[in-house]
Design a protein around this ligand. Sequence first.
Ligand code: FUB
Length: 452
Amino acid sequence: MKKFNITIIGLLILITEISVGQNPIIQTMYTGDPAPVVYNDTLFLYVGHDEDKNPLNSFLMREYSLFTTTDMVNWTAHKTPLKTSDFKWSAGDASAAQCIERNGKYYWYISSLNKTSPGVSVGVAVSDSPYGPFKDALGKALITNNMTTFGKHSWDDLDPTVMINDDGQAYLYWGNNACYWAKLNEDMTSLASPITALDIFDKSAFGPDFEEAPWVYKKNKTYYMIYASNVVESIHYTTSKSPEGPWNYGGLIMPHMGKSGSNHPGIIDYKGHSYFFYHNAALPDGGDFNRSVCVEEFKYNPDGSIPEMTMTDGITKGVGTLNPFKRTEAETIAWSEGLKLDENNEVGVYVTSIHNNDYIKVRDVDFGSNGVSKFEASVSSRYFGGEIEIHVDSLFGELVGTLKIPYIGDWDDWELLSTDIKNIKGVHDLYFVFKGREPHVLFNFDYWKFSK
Ligand code: FUB
């Protein structure tokens, strides 16, 4: 009887695991408004970080976060690159944003409530690196509410998106219940043209509705603008032969699904594949103001049109493997349960809030043909410590080693600990399963590495 029970439990756990896909792609915090961009071989994903608690039950984003991937299934968190407090004029609540490179500098167009000029404004931050740190490029907003008159409300200057045309001319588009555009000078921090408001009520251009969240890019000879329609939001697109229009409505990309009233799109090609980013509210306790970024892979139709998509479990096949013989940050995660991230100046980002049975899954780890014999990890502990069990291929797959983490001292006393492990060869998913005394926080985890 006992054996029968265990089999049923095992089956239930297996079903749960199979139904846990890659979406939402970030599980350690609430995120919204994805803005992907590729630099060299890496996909950078800039997102708004929805605060866990929204005292006024409304949007509250005080900072942006950055995640990178080289395989589309494992995402590495980086130090917070930009906060609203980096803009002296910001009233502390941000909304959507997009970052772009020009002449070796990285320009990040953000929108935020403005305390020096009523309403929402567009600002621009700049950095020498896509990882930041970014700083306010102007010391004031680039676009303020009094510069735009199509929308009569104070938050019509939301959601900037930026595109540099083949001839080098940069364009900025933005808007909520208004869709504005203007040319940018080569310095990327000043306008090179008057602001134009598109006719968002023209159904031949915008179909059922234009609400907000434009994302403009060029593919082949076509300019695409994808955007959110209606409240609750669905994602649609329009195309043009010129960045200045006219625009021709293309169709629906994603209907409204799930618990988040808003959605916000970003599209990018990476390593020969096309990806559609959006957000929903699929994490535990998610909702309108606690959102989660997701991604779907898709193929353009032969005529360049974008197929309709639904929200799924996400990417089934990655576009690369992970090298376990190089130091890998613990915050490189395909899927996790129960964990949070924190950061400091000594070690950067690390995994924290680790309790018994929490875990990290890392996908497509390539151990090669010679295998491994040792695992090491940088950890800190206070009061307790615990264990990292290393399982392969599933949460309850073969246990190949256990790293014991003693009481070390304080949370910022980091030690590199190691253990022997069973040999592993070839490509496997890894599960770091954390064990220790309940209900306590056990230890912090900074990075790991295998050796032969
Ligand atoms: O993140 C705040 C707002 O929600 C954005 O500005 C909109 O696009 C919607 O995603």
